[in-house]
Write a protein that binds this ligand. Sequence first.
Ligand code: G3P
Length: 218
Amino acid sequence: MKFFIDTANVDEIREAASLGILDGVTTNPTLLSREKGKGDFKDILKEICEIVKGPVSAEVVGQDADTMVEEARKLAAIDEHIVIKIPLIKEGLKAIGRLKAEGIRTNATLVFSANQALLAAKAGASFLSPFVGRLDDASHYGMDLIRQIVAIFDNYDFDTEIIVASVRNPLHVVEAALAGADVVTIPFKVIEQMIKHPLTDVGVKRFLDDWKKLGAKI
Ligand code: G3P
């Protein structure tokens, strides 16, 4: 299972990379807008690629296939690790197929149904991103969709990797792993929550206190 971090914040990405668990990064226009004032977005994406040296998703904003493909070429030119995020709309599907023919990897985003996932895979997306948190917000079990897509993909030999996105809490990560998703993209805060366990903290303190009693040095 691969772990991506869902942020455009370079400090968070450096910190996550230092943990030795980071395989890639996903950004989107909202996440990049949070970095406003910290430099040109292309420089930020380049720096992210140099840190992670794995797939880094950057999203197009054009609404027709021609514009999406044009934007995708510019984004892909930033670094070899850039993967182009394309919304799963009709024009997006067209763009995914055209970019595949050009050898540019894509991540079909804003996926909310098994049919959209099937279409992304058929079109040749390298990744697809179902948004579990936003489904939960709309009173649907987001993880049910992940289980459906994993089951469907198990029936065929699609190359498309499933990225569990819009992750809001550590249980989403556990459920993504149980479902057999290829990738989970996790906000920095949730990575920190995954590390923490109160019994670990209590245990560390107790061992330290007892070691002090021994009065020895390692
Ligand atoms: O990876 C997609 C993610 O950034 C969306 O998350 O929390 O805005 O639904 P959220």
